[in-house]
Design a protein. Sequence first.
Length: 159
Amino acid sequence: MGSNYEKDKSVTRSENLNFNRRLSPFEDFMKRTMSVLQGVWSKLNYIRELRSSDGRYSHWGLVRSHGEDATNTMLADVHSELYLQVLRTPLSELFEQLELSAEDTDCSSARLAEQLYKERPRLTPCDLRGGSPEHLRSVLLITDLLSKYSSARGNGNSG
């Protein structure tokens, strides 16, 4: 009877180690924060909000858990990757994602597109990774214009 009890209670070494494994700053951020945001625009806009005018990033919870330098480096990497994702995504898909992202920001897609266009300097990361600020500017301008056109047509303001 005692030997069966011991077999049921045993835990393998890998299970024991993984149970208490701490998330990396990237895993923590992606799992707990970015996973709840819909679409690339929401994610890029959120990163913009975490970025100060001097180009550093701040996230209270991540800094507390992982330290300021690790958090700043990780957020800068995520920003660069989201920037490239926008530049590589077809305009039709970006326009569709604008609707999803507008739900996250609790505003219209036209208002979000306008805000993103105005905030393009903070949407542009320090590490461009081969991307072009002019490319982002044109994507944001086209998205802004399309959303205004779509909004006007939906409201019956133009034919």
